[in-house]
Design a protein around this ligand. Structure first.
Ligand code: NAG
Ligand code: NAG
Length: 273
């Protein structure tokens, strides 16, 4: 083979030639690699490396004490599919244990189809929250039932020591077990059915008296799909305004420290030179 090289590229060509030779000669030189062994290795490499099969959410829940909830998910149009379809983007689901779900069934049966679906979707958050994150973060989170309208369907996550509770206006549920906690999916068992304010009337629990000064309207940001995404991936959010301010000042501080670090590095380099 004839290689034509401009003189100033000769060293590159030479390097290329060496690499070429090494590639050709390599397997031969190592000698002890028989063709059979090579073929065996190629086959081994082709065999699927035990891929993570997608978790079957309903059967996982059913096996771990949430069979009633799992059955409702499977038998309610769009519910199980919505849960399963949300896993890839990150999902934290809370399944009420059978002893909590069973007494709730008569109430559930009386809901409209739309409310049934919303109630089930209310039991999952479209963000992956590990146990550790839930134990360190307090705040309001949106759920799969949250849509772009005034239907907030949000939950308040609160922790006390190792215990994590989920609060709605009517319910305080405690996480009793972890069924799975593996990014992007977490499923926890809870000891109460989560009852959203959007479905249940405040007759079940005394609601705070409505504030008399109704005209005092806060400018509300519309709850859109975007606001769902705006939830911090790292954890539930507490006091969004303060958090933003804190983030901004932290960013400013970080910016400053980058400049200082660059200056220090430059000075060190100059001194070393
Ligand atoms: C999950 O498992 C149940 C039974 O164990 C089955 O009926 C259902 O089709 C499965 N779902 C998926 C999405 O594979
Ligand atoms: C949560 O939902 C309630 C209505 O159920 C609403 O009043 C409240 O503003 C929502 N909170 C957040 C942070 O979106």
């Amino acid at each position: 083979m004839r290689l034509r090289c401009p003189s100033f590229f000769i060293s590159f060509c030479f390097l290329g030639f060496l690499l070429f030779q090494a590639a050709v000669a390599g397997p031969t030189r190592s000698g002890n690699v028989s063709p059979i062994a090579t073929r065996g290795r190629a086959l081994a490499a082709k065999a699927p490396a035990a891929p993570d099969a997608p978790v079957n959410l309903t059967s996982l829940m059913a096996r771990k004490g949430c069979a009633t909830f799992a059955n409702l998910l499977s038998s309610t149009a769009d519910a199980a599919q919505t849960f399963a379809g949300s896993v890839d983007g990150g999902l934290t689901a809370f399944c009420p244990l059978d002893q909590a779900m069973k007494p709730f069934l008569p109430t559930f049966k009386n809901l409209t189809p739309d409310a049934k679906l919303s109630l089930l979707l209310y039991h999952a958050v479209p963000v992956y929250y590990s146990v550790a994150t839930l134990r360190t973060g307090n705040g309001v989170v949106n759920t799969l039932a949250t849509d772009g309208t005034a239907r907030n369907y949000n939950l308040t996550v609160q922790n006390e020591g190792q215990q994590v509770t989920l609060k709605t206006r009517f319910t305080v549920a405690t996480i009793t077990a972890t069924l799975i906690d593996k990014d992007p999916l977490a499923v926890y068992a809870i000891d109460e059915v989560l009852r959203p304010a959007e479905i249940f009337k405040p007759t079940e629990a005394p609601a705070p008296a409505p504030a008399p000064e109704a005209p005092k309207k806060k400018k509300k940001t519309p709850r859109t799909a975007k606001s769902k995404k705006a939830l911090p991936p790292a954890g539930p959010q507490e006091q969004p305004a303060d958090q933003t301010a804190a983030d901004q000042s932290a960013a400013a501080r970080n910016g400053l420290s980058v400049v200082v670090n660059m200056a220090v590095t430059a000075a060190a380099l100059l001194m070393a030179a």
